[in-house]
Write a protein that binds this ligand. Structure first.
Ligand code: SAH
Length: 511
């Protein structure tokens, strides 16, 4: 029998995926079972490993939340079955998170557990709203209060709160805002005290209402604040306008799905988040090396023969043209598997479709001989038509099922070329329906970097999640594929991460 499993209560932070702790992320990556609810940020839900069992325990539309005893039952049962179980909880597990209740059953059964603190919303949400919780000029205490607790719980001592002074943060109180304000006023707090209500802080849906205690409920109604939201009362709220930073980022308020393969999404996701977007990584394809790549093997046979014979290398008539950094990586992995290194490539010339691909060669010590200014397959074809000499041959180590543009351009120029497919894009399994629905509801845009990402997105998530939405596309062909599903396609001026981020900026200006 396997060892008993273990449960980790992991604080997922207030929403922004960047606020998940390093420890939390590491545990999530190795989890076999993950329980989550709606308070957990989308970007974090998307990080649940594809081979883990994902269990939604939040409120389903029109239904009640999964009862606490049922959640406890799942934790115990999966742990007893020997699983590594991660229970993701919004904010911090022990701050109004029922973390204590979830540990009861585990402690009773003797199941090992750990608690990983999270960035709690009363700390993070004011920070994203420009409200310092303390300030030497006006607040030297903070009180965090659950505005409505368990039935029968002791009620709030409003006089004590007002007497103590400092900053007050109320959780779970947005529907009781009126009552909170009038209780504080009745307990003697000045009607002119600054107050703020912030909804879905740290996410693309962050909204805030700033006012005085007297008028804050009205202002929240005007802005249309709805739960989850928290309320901050105290002079520190007066800084909110001056210290506002989150809303001022060029892409704040924009939630974008990135559909590239996981290991290639990093640079795009980082650039979009840095510009203020909320990024949800939903890789719809994964790249797999092919078991057999006969054209490439023939090439390796050839260069291996040359280096063994130490003969004058005819590889000087050979071009390798790469159309993706993945192609570069798979090429060198195969070469390594054949026990060949870069020395056997002496004399071979290199072309790359764009900067990222050229950079992948450069880190392997190779500077490209040719690269188009405008990154596209047909442009690469035109560049090769200029530089490839008579009698020279072009090998294309690339993905299977590539577009015809490059080959056609080479044919038109009378250049001999050999397709050498060495990897394929395969669909990722986003099996669980609850997870799928949560990830794609309420997106502002979906970034696509190839036609196959568009097709797979449609297959995995359904056309209804595409129609009428913005598509951020690299390349005209990708944009055409997205438009065919009724999407409003924005095309990057060229095939770079920077250009895609620039294209995204119009989402904000337009909206
Ligand atoms: N354990 C959580 C709190 C859970 S109670 C934590 O540490 O943050 C749920 C309440 O938290 C909500 O009703 C709301 O008041 C607050 N909350 C959580 N995330 C929030 C967010 N992103 N923006 C505003 N309020 C939030």
């Amino acid at each position: 029998m396997r060892d008993k499993g273990k449960v980790w209560l992991v604080g997922a932070g207030p929403g922004d995926a960047g606020l998940l702790t390093v420890k939390g992320e590491r545990l999530l990556e190795s989890a076999e079972v993950v329980l989550y609810d709606k308070l957990v940020g989308r970007g974090i839900v998307a990080k649940i490993p594809r081979n883990a069992e994902a269990i939604f325990v939040g409120k389903k539309a029109g239904n009640h939340a999964v009862p606490q005893e049922a959640i406890n039952g799942i934790l115990t049962e999966r742990a007893l079955a020997g699983k590594r179980v991660v229970r993701l909880k919004g904010g911090d597990p022990f701050l109004f998170g029922r973390g204590g209740e979830e540990l009861e059953g585990l402690a009773r059964t003797g199941i090992p557990f750990e608690v990983v603190p999270g960035v709690s919303s009363p700390l993070a949400v004011p920070a994203y709203s420009g409200i310092p919780l303390t300030h030497r000029d006006c607040a030297s205490q903070v009180h965090i209060v659950a505005a409505h607790g368990k039935a029968g719980a002791p009620s709030i001592d409003w006089e004590a709160l007002v007497r103590a002074g400092g900053t007050l943060v109320f959780l779970m109180g947005s529907s009781a805002l009126d009552g909170i304000a009038s209780s504080l006023l009745a307990a003697g707090m000045s009607a002119q005290t600054s107050a703020a209500v912030i909804e879905r802080g740290t996410t693309a849906r962050q909204r805030k209402a700033l006012s005085t205690l007297k008028n804050v409920a009205q202002e929240a109604g005007r802005v249309g604040i709805s739960p989850p939201a928290l309320i901050v009362v105290g002079e520190v709220c007066a800084y909110a306008e001056r210290f506002a930073w989150f809303e001022k980022q060029p892409l704040s308020g924009v939630r974008i799905a990135v559909t590239r393969p996981k290991e290639r999404a990093g640079a795009l996701s980082a650039a979009l988040s840095e510009a203020g977007a909320e990024v949800v990584e939903i890789p719809v394809i994964a790249l797999r090396s092919r078991a057999a790549a006969p054209e490439l093997d023939a090439f390796f046979d050839q260069i291996e023969g040359f280096s063994r014979a130490r003969a004058e290398s005819t590889s000087s008539s050979q071009w390798l043209a790469f159309t993706s950094s993945a192609g570069v990586e798979f090429f060198f992995a195969r070469m390594r598997a054949r026990a060949l290194d870069v020395r056997s490539l002496i004399g071979v010339r290199f072309a790359a479709i764009g900067r990222a691909t050229a950079a992948a060669l450069e880190v392997r010590g190779i500077l490209v001989d040719a690269m188009p200014d405008h990154f596209s397959a047909s442009e690469l074809g035109r560049v090769l038509a200029r530089v490839v000499g008579p009698g020279e041959r072009v090998l294309l180590p690339r993905a299977g099922a590539c577009g015809a543009e490059l080959g056609e351009a080479l044919d038109a120029a009378g250049i001999a070329w050999v397709d050498a497919p060495l990897y394929d894009a395969v669909a990722v399994d986003w099996g669980d329906a609850a997870l799928r629905d949560l990830l794609v509801e309420d997106l502002d845009a979906i970034a696509f970097t190839s036609g196959s990402t568009v097709e797979n997105f449609a297959r995995l998530f359904g056309v209804e999640h595409m129609r009428g939405r913005h598509a951020l596309c690299i390349g005209e062909a990708t944009a055409r594929a997205a438009a065919a599903y009724g999407m409003d396609a924005l095309v990057a001026a060229n095939a770079t991460v920077e250009a895609l981020v620039d294209a995204a900026l119009s989402l904000r200006e337009g909206g």
